[in-house]
Design a protein around this ligand. Structure first.
Ligand code: ZN
Length: 315
C-alpha cells in the first residue's frame, strides 16, 4: 500500500528582521532562497522560503519575519528544535564556519546513533546539525560550502510536550508513524520510507511551562503527502479520530490542511504538488516577489510596505 504520509514537508517559524533572516539561512547555512512571497493571511509580512535546489519536501524551512516583535518563550506545546542533516564528516567544517560568523554553538553531543551540534539563530530559534552517513539527498551546493559539507534537508524535528501519550497516539494511529527509538524521556518516530527527513522526536518535559510564540518560535510543522487524493484520505481519518482539520487551503506551492495536535503544536499536512516552479523558472527561484493571483491587485502597495531584501554572497 502506498503511504499517505511521507515524512516532513516543511517547517514554518516566526522571525524578526527579514534581511537578518536571509543573511543567516542563505548566507551562513547556505540554503537556497527558493521563494519570496507574502504571508497569504497577512500579506504585509513576507513569507520567505529556503530549501535544497528545488525545494524538495523535507528540506523546506520558511519564515514569517514580523520585524520588531517580542521573542517567544521556550516551553512545552511547541516544536523546540529543527535539525538539519549533514554528512558524517561535516561537523568540523560547520564548527569552523559557525565560529567565523560568531554563532555560538555547543560542543558535539550524541543522541541515538548520531553526533550533532546545537545552536540558535539570531532570533533564538533552536537548530541542530546532525551528522550521519545514511542520507542520499543532495543539498544545495553554493560558494564556500561544497557537497561534502552541505545541508541535505531536515534530519528531524523535536516537539517539546508536557506528556507524550496522546501525541504519540495521533502519530502512530492516524498519521502512519512508527516508533523507532526510545531513550529516557525522548521518543523517535519515522514515517514513509524512514530515515533523515522523516523523523519526529517527542521530548517529554512535564516540569516545563507552556511556550509562548514570538520571534524564534516555530509556528507549525507540515507533513508531506503525495497529492490532493491522499490528503483527502488523511483528512477523513483525522475527522473520524476526533481532530478538527481545516478545509483545504491553497498555498500556491502546495495545498494544506491544519489542525492542533493534542499537546498544542500546530500540524499541517501539505501536498507535494505543484511545487515551487509553478510561478517562476526552477533556475530563478526566489529572485522576485511572487504573489498569489488574489493578492496581485495589491502588489504596488505591498512593495512599498515590504523592505527590499538582498541575497548575501556565500563565502
Ligand atoms: Zn505551512
Amino acid at each position: 500500500m502506498q503511504n499517505l504520509v511521507n515524512g516532513l514537508h516543511h517547517m514554518t517559524a516566526i522571525a524578526g528582521d527579514p534581511q537578518k533572516n536571509v543573511d543567516f539561512y542563505a548566507g551562513i547555512l547556505g540554503l537556497r532562497f527558493i521563494k519570496k512571497t507574502v504571508n497569504f493571511d497577512a500579506p504585509d509580512v513576507y513569507h520567505l522560503y529556503y530549501g535544497d535546489g528545488s525545494g524538495t519536501p523535507g528540506s523546506i524551512l520558511t519564515f514569517f519575519p514580523y520585524g520588531n516583535i517580542s521573542r517567544g518563550r521556550k516551553g512545552t506545546g511547541e516544536t523546540s528544535v529543527t535539525s538539519f542533516s549533514v554528512p558524517s564528516n561535516a561537523l568540523g567544517f560547520w564548527m569552523e564556519r559557525l565560529k567565523k560568523f560568531q554563532v555560538v554553538f555547543k560542543a558535539p553531543q550524541k543522541r541515538f546513533d548520531e553526533e550533532f551540534i546545537c545552536f540558535e539563530d539570531h532570533d533564538g530559534l533552536g537548530l541542530e546539525l546532525v551528522a550521519n552517513d545514511h542520507d542520499q539527498r543532495k543539498g544545495w551546493i553554493t560558494g564556500g560550502i561544497s557537497a561534502q559539507y552541505a545541508i541535505k534537508g531536515f534530519f528531524n524535528v523535536t516537539l517539546s510536550e508536557h506528556g507524550y501519550e496522546r501525541t504519540a497516539g495521533l502519530l502512530t494511529k492516524h498519521m502512519e508513524h512508527r516508533l523507532v527509538g526510545e531513550k529516557g524521556s525522548l521518543l523517535r518516530f519515522e514515517a514513509g520510507a524512514g530515515g533523515p527527513g522523516t523523523y519526529i522526536d517527542i521530548r517529554c518535559e512535564p516540569d516545563m511551562a507552556r511556550a509562548w510564540q514570538g520571534s524564534g518560535s516555530v509556528h507549525h510543522i507540515a507533513f508531506s503527502t503525495d497529492n490532493d487524493e491522499s490528503q483527502a484520505v488523511i483528512r477523513q481519518n483525522l475527522l473520524r479520530a476526533g481532530f478538527n482539520p481545516t478545509p483545504v487551503k491553497d498555498r500556491q506551492y502546495f495545498h494544506s490542511i491544519y489542525f492542533k495536535e493534542p499537546g498544542g503544536v500546530l500540524f499541517e499536512v501539505a501536498t507535494n504538488n505543484p511545487g515551487f516552479a509553478v510561478d517562476e523558472p526552477a533556475n530563478a527561484l526566489g529572485s522576485s516577489l511572487k504573489l498569489p493571483e488574489w493578492h496581485e491587485p495589491r502588489r504596488k502597495q505591498l512593495e512599498q510596505v515590504l523592505q527590499p531584501l538582498h541575497l548575501p554572497e556565500v563565502v
